[in-house]
Design a protein around this ligand. Sequence first.
Ligand SMILES: [Ca+2]
Length: 428
Amino acid sequence: MKKLISFTLVAALLCMLAVAAAGAVSAADKADITINGFNCPGNEGTTAILTGEKVGASLLWWQVLVFEPDTESGGYKCITKTSADGETDKTQLAIPAGGFAVGTNTGNNYPDLYENDPTKEEYKDKPNYITEANQAAYAAVAATEVGDIVYLVGIDLEKGTIDDNASDELLWYQDGYVSNAKLTFTKPSDSATDESENEPVDEGEASVVNAALGKTYTLKGLFTGEGAWPDEGGTTLTDGKGATQVGYADPAWVGLNLSGDGMDTAEGVRDKSNIVVDLGESTKIFKFAVELLDFKGEAGIALPTATEFFYSADGENWTSAGVGTPETESETACINISSLTLDAAVDARYVKAEFEHTGNWVFVSEIEAYTQTGGTDTPSTDTSSSAGTSSSAGTSSSTPVTGDAGVAALVIVAAVALAGAVVVKKAR
Ligand SMILES: [Ca+2]
C-alpha cells in the first residue's frame, strides 16, 4: 500500500471553502497541536507534553489539557481542560496511567517589554519567547474540548522525547527550530511522519515521504524592502505547513519579487526567482510540488507563468525535470499547488523550483520533493487509501488519502454538493 502525504487536498479544501459556506466543525477538522517541549514547566513560549502522576507545577498562566489512553480509538481522550487565568493552580492535577498532559503558554517578548519600560532590569537581555508556531499551538489547545480524541505523532511518551531539531545551540523559540511532534485529531496513517506509534511496516510496503521536509534552502528573489513578506528564519518553505489564508496577510507566505535579492533588474529583463533545497544526501525523487498563492494578479500576485523543477548532484549543474502543472482550476483566488510527477525517479541531492513571473510577485508557502521508501513497487502517486481512515475514502479512490486528507475529501464531496461550481482536478 502506498501513501502520499500531501497538502494537495488541504489546499483544494481551502479553495472549496472559499466557495462553500462553512459547515459544522467536527473534532477531526481541528488544527494539529505542535509540540516543542517535554516535561519543561519552567519554559516560556512552549507547548509541552507533561508526564508523571501529577502535573506538579502551578502553571498559573498555562492552559493545561489532560489525556487518558482510549482503547476504542487507539488514541488519547481529553478528560480535563483548565484555563490560563493566572489563578488556577495545576500542581495537583492528576495524570492517568499511560496518559499525559499538554501544557501551553505564550511567553513574553522581553526585548519589546524592555524597550517599553527600560526601568525593568529583569527584562534586560532576555529573548523573545513568542513564536508563530507556538502561538498556533496555543490556539489549537484552546480549541480542544473534553472528549476530543488525539493521536501522537513524533512523540515518545516512555522515552520522554519529541521529534524536533532542538540542540544545545538551537532552542525551541529560536529561528530555525522545527518540530515534527504533534497531536493530531485525525488518526495518522502508518506513515513515516509517525515514528513513535507505528505498527511495524510490512516487508515490501511502500510509503511516500516528502524528503524536503525540514531541510535547508536558499532563495533567489526574496523581497527584503519595505512591505516585505519575509522568510522567517529560513524555515517557512520546508516546515510542512501550507498557508491557510487566500491572501497575503498569512505569514506562511514568502514573497518573491522581480526586484528581490539576486534578481537581474536590467531594463527589459524579467529574471526568474527560485528556491533551492539541499536534501542532505542523494535521494530518489519522483514528484515535485510547490504551494502558491493563486491571487489572479491582485496586488501583483499571480501564479507563475511557469514553474520549472530541476535536480542536481552538486547544486551547480542542474537538469530540468520538467514544468509543473497547477492542480486546482478555480475562477476565484485560491491556494494552489504546482506539481510534477515523473515516470521514473531521479537522483537528487539538490532540488530547485524556478519561477517565471506573471506578475511582480510569486507567493509561495512550501516546497516538497517526494521519495518512496520501503517498497518494491515502482514509484507512483496512484495511492490507495489507508485502512482505518474515514469512510469518504471510497468516494475518492484515485485521490491520495492520508488521515487528514480523508477528512478533506469528505468535506470536498460535501462542498461540491453544495457549490457544484468549481472544478477540482484530482492529483494524478
Ligand atoms: Ca510552509
